[in-house]
Design a protein around this ligand. Sequence first.
Ligand code: MRU
Length: 370
Amino acid sequence: MNVDGQPYRTIWLEEPGCVRIIDQTRLPHEFALLDLRIPDEMAAAIGNMKLRGAGLIGCAAAWGLYLSAWQHHRRPGFSSLWQADYAALLATRPTARNLQWALERVQLALDSSPGADPVEITRREAQAITDEDADFCRRMGQHGLRLLRDIAERKPGQPVQVLTHCNAGWLAFVDHGTALAPVYAAHDAGLPVHVWVDETRPRNQGAALTAWELGQHGVPHTLIPDNTGGHLMQHGLVDIVFVGADRVTATGDVANKIGTYLKALAAHDNGVPFYAILPSSTLDWSLTDGIQQIPIEQRNAAEVTHLQGWDETVNRPAIVRICPANTPAANYGFDVTPARLITGLITERGMAPATAEGLRALYPERHAVN
Ligand code: MRU
C-alpha cells in the first residue's frame, strides 16, 4: 500500500543480515523505519509491538529465525543458539496462531535440507512466507469485494458502510491486510465505501494505525469511540462488519482484539452481517472450543492506565495517566467470538460458514473435527 504515494510493504530484507520494518509505535505521528540485525531485537520488536498484527507477527518470527541463522551458523553450538532464539520468538505473543505456524514452517524447511546452508534455507522460507502473506491478503480482498458489490447494488449512489475493529489492514500483514483488503479493493475499483474505525482501547490500533493507513490510501473513514458501534447499527448506519483474527478454531470460533465479541453481539442483535477475514495460517486445526482453548494474552496494566499521544503544545509525543495513581487495571488483549455470531469466514480460498463443515469444505486436505 502507499505511504505518501510510495508503495511499501511492512517488512523486508534490506540487505544480508538486516531486516527492515515500519516502527508502528511511532505511528501515526511519525513514519519511521527500523533495522533489526539480531534475533533478540526481532523478539523485542514483536513483544513491544513495534510490529504487530497476526500475519506480520508470523512473518517477523520467520525473519527472526533467518537472523538467528545469519548470526550463529558458523559458531559452535549453532543448534542450541538456534533453539534459544526459537523459544524467545515463540514466547513473545501467545494468542496469534501465525507466530507458531511460521516458526514451525521455517524449522521444517531447515530439517528437510540437511547439509544445506541454513542462512539460505531460512532466507528463502521467510521470503516465501512474506510473499505468500501478501498474495493471500490480495485474494481475500477480492473475495470480500463481492460482498461489498452486492451491498452497493442495493443502495446505488450511497457509500457502503463498513465497521472495523482494531487494525487488520496492511500494517497488520505484509500488504493489503485482511479486514481492510476488500475495502481497498472496493475503493480502487471505484466503489464508494466508508469505514467506521473503532479506536480500539487500550492501545488504540484503530485510531493510530487504521485511521492512518486508510488516510494514506484516500479511503473515507470516521474514527469512533469503541462503544459507538451498537448505536450506529441500531440506526442502519452499518452495512457490514469486517474484522481480522488472531486465531480461529477448526469449528470457526474467532479470537481477535478485545472488544470484537461485543461488536459481534451488537451485529447479531441488529441483523448486520459480521465477517472475520483471515489467512489459513491463522487457523488452529487442533482446537475445537475457542473460549476454553485459545490462550489470551494479558499485557501490562500501564497500557490501560496511561495513554500515548501527541502533545500539540510542545509538538512531541507524550504519555499521560488517565486514572488515579496506582489504580489496579486489567489488560486482556483478545476475546473470543463464538462461531454462532459470525456470518462467515473469508480466507484466501474463498468464503465459508463459520463451522467445522464450512472450513473443511475450504480445506479438504485437513482432517477437521466433526
Ligand atoms: O495486539 P495486536 O495489535 O497485534 O492485535 C492484532 C490485531 O491487530 C487484531 O486483533 C486484528 O484484528 C487481527 S490481526 C490481523
